[in-house]
Design a protein around this ligand. Structure first.
Ligand code: TXA
Ligand code: MG
Length: 316
């Protein structure tokens, strides 16, 4: 196993993944890459390990966690899959889609995971390292984004160290290709409802389900990612800016002039999503306000604008 002991970042390979799996088995936490963002993984059955996640993230206990599974069968052991669930699972798993469903009465998942709700959120990640870890571990793990509560999600192993210091071991699987968290869809009411926009769009879900999907638009908190201030850098953020004021650094898009960094000079939303959190982190390394160029709302733009709006919201 190749290890950078000083930082506890483990280059992902068969032996480091097995080592990570043995850490999970004894109740330790591990930083793990997924295609969306890096997660902070713990054994979903181990109440003590799950409690430690809430503690080190500073996460309110009413915010439930996503259970990561390898397969549809593993999901069926813990939640009740219906027709709609099976359709979207066939279309989008493994991948960046989390589904909220009624919890099976005999699900072997720590109660704290679902924060007392009768439902569970499940997702089968596509990232090969996350999948190999699930396979080696042999049962589900929970994995919130590996950041302190309210901050930007990590999209590289080094970001996890920035959040939690060197004592937390993290598997390094390279930068995340998607860059924003999974889409969350709830199938617990009569109409499917998107609780968090993400890489899989409303239009894609409607096409597979063959009927309309509603989209949560603020108001009541359904998920912590739905809190007004979230994903936030330390600096203040001003959105939809074409001309930055003196002292502002501009996070650009589509080749806009005067940008300090451009999320995608070609105006590609996938590229912009992949760069979003790491560019915000880079700009946040030096003090001073940040301005952000307008990002179109179509497709993946809805997820990018959702994260930016919450990052710009007043804190506290
Ligand atoms: O892409 C992702 O989903 C990443 C990677 C690591 O897999 N994980 C992630 O986890 O974003 P986290 O904890 O940062 O966000 C999980 C979201 C929260 O907004 C939470 O409220 C919601 O999922 N959630 C979890 N269980 C739920 C439930 N039973 N009902 C409604 N929302 C739920
Ligand atoms: Mg998060």
């Amino acid at each position: 196993m190749r290890r950078t002991d000083t930082q506890n970042i483990w280059k992902a390979n068969t032996s480091s993944i097995e080592h990570a799996s043995s850490h999970l088995a004894i109740g330790r936490l591990i930083g793990v890459p997924t295609e969306t963002v890096y997660g902070l993984a713990a054994d979903a059955r181990n109440a003590k390990a799950v409690a430690e996640i809430f503690e080190i993230k500073g996460r309110p206990h009413f915010n439930p966690l996503i259970v990561h599974v390898l397969s549809t069968e593993d999901a069926a052991a813990i939640v009740r899959l219906d027709n709609c669930a099976n359709k979207i699972i066939s279309a989008f798993w493994p991948g960046p889609l989390t589904i909220v469903l009624p919890r099976q009465p005999d699900a072997q998942i720590a109660d704290l995971v679902s924060a007392g709700l009768p439902t569970l959120a499940v997702r089968a990640p596509a990232h090969p390292v996350a999948r190999q870890l699930l396979e080696s571990f042999g049962r589900p793990f929970v994995a919130p984004s590996a950041n302190k509560s309210g901050r930007m999600s990590p999209t590289a192993a080094a970001h996890v160290v920035e959040e939690f210091g060197a004592s937390l071991p993290t598997l390094d699987g390279g930068p995340c290709t998607d860059g924003v968290e999974s889409t969350i869809i709830s199938l617990t009411d009569s109409q499917p409802k998107i609780l968090r926009p993400g890489v899989i769009t409303k239009a894609q879900l409607e096409a597979v389900l063959g009927h309309p999907v509603s989209q949560e638009t603020g108001g009541e908190i359904q998920a912590p990612g739905m809190m007004t201030s979230h994903y936030a850098p330390s600096a203040s953020l001003r959105l939809n800016v074409t001309t930055p004021t003196l002292g502002e650094r501009l996070l650009g898009f589509g080749g806009i002039p005067h940008a300090t960094l451009d999320l995608s000079p070609d105006g590609n939303l996938r590229e912009a999503a992949a760069n979003l959190f790491s560019y915000l982190r880079k700009l946040d390394e030096t003090p001073g306000p940040i301005a952000v160029a307008p990002i179109p709302m179509d497709g993946l733009g809805a997820a990018i604008n959702d994260r930016l709006t919450r990052a710009a919201a007043p804190k506290g």
